[in-house]
Ligand binder design. Sequence first.
Ligand SMILES: [Zn+2]
Length: 285
Amino acid sequence: MQKKIDRGRRFLTENNQMFRCPICQEGVNATANGLVCQNNHRFDLSKKGTLYFLSHAVKTEYDQTMFAPRRRMIQSGMYQPVIELLAEYLPKQASVLDVGCGEGSFLNELAQLQTLEKAVGFDISKEGVYAATDQAVNAFWCVADLTNLPFGDQQFTTILNIFSPSHYQEFQRVLSDDGEVLKIVPQENYLKELRQAFYPDRPEKQHYSNERVVAKFAESMELTKRRRVTYEFVIPEQNRQDLLAMSPLEWQVEEPIKAQLYKEPLKKITIDIELLKGNKRKRLQ
Ligand SMILES: [Zn+2]
């Protein structure tokens, strides 16, 4: 099997025109170790074949310990209907950018259902991106800043934005003219059992509305489709602790509540999401 770093190097040699320098915005060339721009800013491949485009270290909400349970939950089938919904809207031979890819499971699962021309995933977490290199999908992974993407204009036909933040100006820039964003956002009953268990006495924490997120999307993209999917997932016994460990909600939970939940974890969970499909606007409003 080809080593990860050789796979990364090969991708850069063949696709260097896809990237641009995030420091000076100039084009880049492939080197033996990564990329270099016309102003000599260098980005070297890690041993895992990933690139690091951040100019300074960033603290993220996710740490290493959350990626393994997240991967196990996705593999358990918890999001299978969501993945199938995405595959339905993902054009064949798409050039895909997965924004906030985490440990890469969603992109990996989608690549089993649809033939992709190109697949690139990035996240702000280095640990997530390293973990993503273990996925079977033939993709390039990098650490990058959502607000300053290291890609040239019009390089992707599809942006995947699955439970992750958005930056529509950058999305518009890197999308081809007929490109589109597929965004998955929680709906009001998403993980409601978890919210209720975490915050039994705080109803304000139990409720969630995606109204503002949807409004922002519709302002920034040409909203062409909304699809809501709701179901109850019976959590396999061996994954019940994973659900608790993968969730960022966990941090603000009081210790006794958390301890109790680990002793008696949830047996089922509601998934309630919406797919937003948005075409590129010809001109930003
Ligand atoms: Zn540069």
